[in-house]
Design a protein around this ligand. Structure first.
Ligand SMILES: Nc1ncnc2c1ncn2[C@@H]1O[C@H](COP(=O)(O)OP(=O)(O)O)[C@@H](O)[C@H]1O
Ligand SMILES: [Mg+2]
Length: 317
């Protein structure tokens, strides 16, 4: 196997705020992503987990340049994505793709499956013969047969539609796919099929995934590494198995404790975690208001602590 000395994707201190209110005298901003750092290696799945509104999709859009960053650095194969030449920009577009939550809205309903999968190849000027070959291969690699090429999205089930979205995402043979809640609109059994498909694409095609979900059980099933996000901030990140086995941040413990008891992560039986709501403290830990174990020192912001290859945002870690 090829060996790589740099990460496929490296993100450092990435921040993004949105304007939420503007009056004559002042502007109010909301920090959607706050100094987030992580890296995604070749042939790896990084799971980003956090509740709705925690900034997951914003991170995804920032790393694919679908949204402009405010601050921080994003490198793809060692190159700053904001200082690409035109050639490098084109290559970046070819080597990255995305699968969204709801294939009903992400697939053009007026296109047949063949056109949907072929479109990126046309954009990137592939000759007709090569396009035909690749479309057939992609649809099969996504677990469908050729007869689907002649159908419209409306004629397909939710799982089949998501397979079409995946076929489209792999047709250019990308190095990285952003999968933003790709299973969240699906039934549990179909969810599992799509998770297995993503696992096999990683194994067989060596594609790396930035896999976003609000559901830690889904994240746990396919991630090599996990990043736990809360209000735009990294709470904890590390090797998936270790984070699941021994969560070090109280928020990760809460997420884990809320999984169904028969979940396959080899967690120890976790104590019941009481729900806590207390007033926020400016400049304190962002999790302070909901943390079951917070103390006075948590009214100041914790530094990231490195424990082996884990990083934790907590005074107690
Ligand atoms: N374009 C935007 N303008 C203003 N606020 C936004 C915009 N996009 C996202 N937000 C806000 O940023 C926060 C994070 O959003 P998002 O990244 O979509 O979270 P998640 O994907 O984790 O649910 C939310 O509070 C959301 O309302
Ligand atoms: Mg989202």
């Amino acid at each position: 196997m090829e060996s790589h000395t740099t990460a496929l994707l490296k993100v450092e201190n990435l921040s993004k705020k949105f304007l939420v209110k503007k009056t004559l005298f002042k502007k109010e901003f909301f920090k959607a992503v706050d100094r987030v750092s992580f890296s995604l290696d070749y042939n790896q799945v990084l799971g980003i987990v956090g509740e709705s509104g925690s900034g997951k999709s914003t991170i995804g859009k920032l790393v694919l340049k679908l949204l402009k960053k405010d601050e921080g650095k994003i490198e793809f194969e060692g190159k700053d994505i904001y200082s690409f030449t035109r050639e490098e920009e084109k290559r970046f577009r070819r080597e990255t793709s995305v699968v969204f939550q709801d294939p009903r809205t992400s697939l053009n309903p007026r296109f047949k499956v063949k056109q949907i999968i072929e479109e990126p190849l046309i954009v990137h000027n592939f000759p007709k013969e090569e396009r035909e070959k690749r479309v057939v291969k992609a649809v099969k690699d996504a677990g469908l047969d050729e007869t689907f090429l002649d159908r419209y999205p409306a004629e397909l089930s939710g799982g089949q539609r998501q397979r079409v979205a995946i076929a489209r995402a792999i047709v250019l043979e990308p190095k990285m796919i952003l999968a933003d809640e790709p299973t969240s609109a699906l039934d549990v059994t179909v969810q599992l099929q799509i998770i297995n498909l993503i696992k096999s694409l990683k194994e067989e095609k060596k594609i790396s995934f930035l896999f976003i979900s609000h559901d830690l059980s889904v994240i746990g099933m396919l991630s090599d590494r996990i990043l736990v996000l809360y209000r735009g901030k990294v709470m904890e990140k590390g090797v998936a198995k270790e984070v699941l086995k021994e969560p070090l941040h109280p928020y990760t413990r809460i997420l884990l404790a809320s999984l169904p008891p028969d979940h396959p992560s080899q967690r120890k039986k976790l104590e019941e975690v009481p729900e806590v709501y207390r007033p926020e403290v400016d400049g304190g830990c962002v999790f302070y208001s909901r943390c079951p174990v917070a103390e006075d020192r948590c009214k100041t912001e914790p530094e990231y602590k490195k424990i082996g290859d884990r990083e934790v945002y907590c005074h107690f870690a």
